[in-house]
Design a binder for this molecule. Structure first.
Ligand SMILES: O=C(O)CCc1cccc(O)c1O
Ligand SMILES: [Fe+2]
Length: 318
């Protein structure tokens, strides 16, 4: 069965701290294109790779990867809350293949997910329950992180597993590219913040709002040039997009985690979700990027990209 890919940056500052209308229109057009691409492909299943931002996964038990056979969206930043429509059988099949191949992914029957998953699903297919989904968490925020090469191998095995499902599978990656929003680092945080990073589920409405407001304010300051957060890096972003489009994903294996941070900020690790999605596509044969949008958007604290891709064998088949 054919497979396809859509990878996209997310940012909860969309609609909250907007850039010029011209930029919004360009992003809207790129999302319209992605939505049409997905509608034309008509996926039976979405396998979505996304990070978490201390809303669903915490330092009390922090796996590098986790596959959900059931998942619950926390509804941060006004995203849709509640259960995702998870294809439990597909999740178990994929998990077995991943574990058999020697990738020690965690597994959850009730994975808690945040805007990393929900915003992507809402923007691409309208809702967190529009299309049966297998959600795959990739830690991209909470250090320490393992080598990025492992993410490629995870994606590859997920791609092989998806190939055996007898379903039209869309791989989605959600996150990135260069950006450094104000997410606390455990080692440099005071005790009270550490506690929230260890076990911060179910914050009060006031706590959640205060946190969200801090990020929104940071976006305003960043766009005004008065924030201390790291600049976006459009050159690095373009370079990454070129490598992903080339299919030579092993090139990224040599990039160290420190280099990601130096070049593109702490949250650039979120491109792990893109690497996994592209590796999953790659496992199904040579592919072609069919559309690629990029803008550096400081208002959203995001090197913001949207790409779509198809394996050559899925082109023009249905
Ligand atoms: O609230 C947070 O923890 C971070 C929100 C956030 C902001 C900009 C870009 C992102 O990718 C993102 O996730
Ligand atoms: Fe993010």
């Amino acid at each position: 069965m054919p497979v396809a890919l859509c990878a996209m940056s997310h940012s909860p500052l969309m609609g909250r701290n907007d850039p010029d209308q011209e930029v919004i229109d360009a992003v809207d057009a790129a999302f319209d294109h992605a939505r049409r691409f997905i509608a034309d492909f008509a996926p039976d299943l979405i396998v979505i790779f996304a990070p978490d931002h201390y809303n669903g996964v915490f330092y009390d038990l922090l796996p590098p990867f986790c596959i959900g056979a059931g998942a619950q969206s926390v509804g941060d930043y006004g995203t849709e809350a509640g259960p995702l429509d998870v294809d439990r059988d597909a999740a178990r099949t994929i998990t077995r293949e991943v574990l058999d191949s020697g990738i020690d992914a965690a597994f959850s029957e009730r994975m808690h997910v945040d805007h990393g998953f929900a915003q992507a699903l809402q923007l691409l297919v309208g809702s967190i329950i529009a299309v049966p989904t297998v959600p795959i968490f990739i830690n991209s925020v909470a250090e320490p992180l393992g080598p990025v090469s492992r993410v490629r191998l995870l994606g590859e095995t997920v791609g092989r597993a998806a190939n055996k499902l007898d379903k039209r599978v869309l791989f989605v990656g959600s996150g990135g590219l260069s950006h450094d929003p104000p997410i606390p680092q455990f080692t440099s945080s005071p005790e009270q913040v550490r506690e929230r990073l260890i076990d911060g589920r179910n914050p009060s409405d006031a706590e959640r709002k205060a946190r969200e407001q801090r990020v929104i304010t940071a976006g305003r300051d960043f766009a005004a040039g008065t924030a201390t957060i790291q600049p976006l890096n459009p050159h690095w972003d373009q370079h990454l997009l070129e490598i992903l489009a080339s299919g030579e994903l092993e090139q990224i294996d040599t990039w160290t985690n420190d280099w990601f941070v130096e070049q593109a900020g702490h949250s650039s690790h979120e491109v792990r979700t893109w690497i996994a999605a592209y590796a999953a596509l790659h496992a199904n044969g040579p592919y072609q990027v069919t559309s690629s949008f990029y803008r550096a958007i400081p208002e959203w604290i995001a090197g913001f990209a949207i790409t779509t891709a198809l394996t050559l064998s899925s082109n023009h088949t249905k």
